[in-house]
Design a protein around this ligand. Structure first.
Ligand SMILES: Cc1cc2nc3c(=O)[nH]c(=O)nc-3n(C[C@H](O)[C@H](O)[C@H](O)COP(=O)(O)O)c2cc1C
Length: 217
């Protein structure tokens, strides 16, 4: 598929068919994604691909942890946000609401429990970074995340980045036997989109570049 078409059409998917993704397909996607640039070509990412019964076990553990600790999806600000950012946050919640009404779901339950369950996707990818790296290397993790989402779309798959799971890092590390010195940065839900679910009709808008670009010439 044409790259620009993929970039324009990709969106986060929050309802998946239970269909299994062949392991070779995931391997191909990750092999392509490894072409992502990284500082000094360090390729600092470490990925755990969780599927089958192990994925179900991971979802159960995360849901349990969420119900006990109740840490929700949030932007995780350090300081109050500038108006344009907080407005976008509120707008994206409001835009999703009519679709949630169609499926009779409460926003908080759907987003938080849904994220812990990787929205029912058959595959969950956990992206980790060795804690010997500086936080600057999170940029590299972000780049490979972007590559994976775009390449998966080209393969007819849907994805949703799942930042919430980093709040439950200890549970994930214990369950998946991830070494102590690896930080869980983010997860990705990946699977075949359930296009019959209205939540997948939802497409977030973008502000014009005038809202974030200052030309210096
Ligand atoms: C770093 C990051 C973390 C995210 N975490 C979550 C999450 O925990 N749960 C969720 O439902 N969506 C999550 N998302 C998806 C965003 O909500 C989504 O990308 C955004 O609303 C823009 O929509 P789009 O991906 O459909 O273009 C995350 C996206 C990014 C990039």
């Amino acid at each position: 598929m044409e790259l620009l078409k993929v970039i324009k059409e990709r969106k986060s998917i929050r309802a998946f068919k239970p269909d299994i993704i062949p392991k070779e397909t995931v391997e191909e996607i990750l092999t392509l994604a490894a072409n992502a640039p990284s500082a000094i070509n360090l390729q600092p990412w470490e990925l755990y691909v969780v599927m089958g019964d192990e994925k179900a076990r991971l979802s159960r553990r995360l849901l349990k942890a969420y119900r006990e600790k109740k840490i929700s999806c949030s932007p995780g600000n350090v300081k109050p946000l500038a108006e344009q950012f907080s407005k976008r946050g509120v707008a994206s919640f409001e835009l999703m609401n009519p679709y949630l009404e169609k499926i009779g779901q409460d926003f908080n339950v759907f987003i938080n429990e849904g994220s812990c369950n990787f929205y029912g996707a058959p595959v969950a990818i956990i992206l980790c970074l060795d804690n010997a790296f500086s936080k600057a290397r999170l940029v590299d993790i972000g780049i490979i995340l972007g590559y994976i989402t775009l390449i998966a779309y080209d393969f007819g798959l849907g994805t949703c980045p799942i930042g919430l799971i980093s709040a439950y890092e200890d549970d994930i590390k214990e369950l998946l036997d991830i070494p102590e010195n690896k930080d869980v940065v983010i997860g990705i839900a990946i699977g075949y989109p359930d296009w019959t679910n209205p939540i997948n009709e939802f497409k977030t808008p973008r502000d014009s570049i005038d809202s974030f670009v200052r030309w210096i010439d």
